[in-house]
Ligand binder design. Structure first.
Ligand SMILES: CCCCC/C=C\C/C=C\C/C=C\C/C=C\CCCC(=O)SCCNC(=O)CCNC(=O)[C@H](O)C(C)(C)COP(=O)(O)OP(=O)(O)OC[C@H]1O[C@@H](n2cnc3c(N)ncnc32)[C@H](O)[C@@H]1OP(=O)(O)O
Length: 207
């Protein structure tokens, strides 16, 4: 696993955030309206062609593979391709995850039409995606890790709209960090609870 360091200062970091964040926001809106638009056929056909054209231009120069996890020389971590919180990832809701008063992690976000499973409800796999990230971030306050096991209990449906995720470390046993987490609906009901085992991999021990 590589973690490239980019030779950029705080101003350049801010410039890139201000450039790529709004691009991803725009594409996120595009995803939503692609699902929900009731425009006429000519408009849809024209939109598809214009999107193909701009995609071709953006493709002229691009990195190989995924964005990865990169650092600035001052140690700022850029997880911009992350599927849940990536600044440049239009399929990420995106989550902004913050430290909670209890020392765990917390995030308030909105899941719209792009995250639907059953009608009007968040897809169960999306609930797992979000909880993996927030539980993983809670675990990584103790040590770097990968998800070993994530167990979920879907207690009640999660409606599309405002959602809260929380996670905190339950206990640490050697290389294993045990985390518990929950999703909440807009009324504050727990919809999904999670238990995760996050593991410092053998190859990373002592590094
Ligand atoms: C160091 C890596 C850091 C990578 C960080 C990356 C980026 C940093 C960026 C942001 C960080 C911020 C937050 C994190 C955010 C999001 C979280 C998303 C996380 C993911 O999206 S991550 C992708 C999905 N994840 C995988 O792709 C893992 C595939 N898998 C493996 O890479 C190995 O399978 C591994 C490492 C799991 C274990 O391998 P290993 O060789 O290190 O383990 P080993 O045999 O030494 O066992 C040691 C002890 O763990 C027990 N144990 C073993 N496996 C277990 C399991 N699965 N469940 C429960 N317990 C298990 C044993 O029973 C023993 O327990 P005991 O010590 O008690 O005997």
């Amino acid at each position: 696993m590589q973690f490239p360091v980019e030779d950029i200062d705080a101003d350049e970091l801010a410039r890139r955030e201000a450039l790529f964040g709004p691009l991803a926001d725009t594409v996120r809106e595009l995803i939503d309206v692609t699902i929900r638009s009731e425009a006429d056929e000519d408009t849809i056909l024209e939109a598809a062609q214009r999107i193909r054209d701009v995609t071709k231009r953006l493709n002229d120069r691009r990195c190989e593979g995924g964005f990865g996890v990169r650092f600035t020389e001052h140690g700022h971590m850029m997880t911009w391709g992350n599927a849940v919180s990536g600044l440049r990832n239009a399929i990420a809701p995106p989550l902004v995850v913050e430290q909670a008063a209890d020392g765990g992690m917390c995030s308030d976000f909105t899941l719209g039409a792009a995250y639907e499973g059953p009608p009007g409800l968040v897809h169960g796999g999306v609930c797992a995606l979000v909880l993996d990230q927030v539980c993983g971030m809670a675990a990584s306050t103790a040590k770097p890790n990968l998800t070993g096991t994530l167990s979920l209990r879907y207690r009640r449906p999660t409606p599309l709209g405002p959602v809260r995720a929380r996670a905190r470390i339950d206990r640490i046993e050697g290389v294993k960090t045990f985390v518990v987490g929950e999703l909440y609906d807009a009324d504050g009901n727990v919809t999904v609870s999670a238990e995760g085992v996050f593991i410092l991999p053998a190859w990373a021990r002592g590094r």
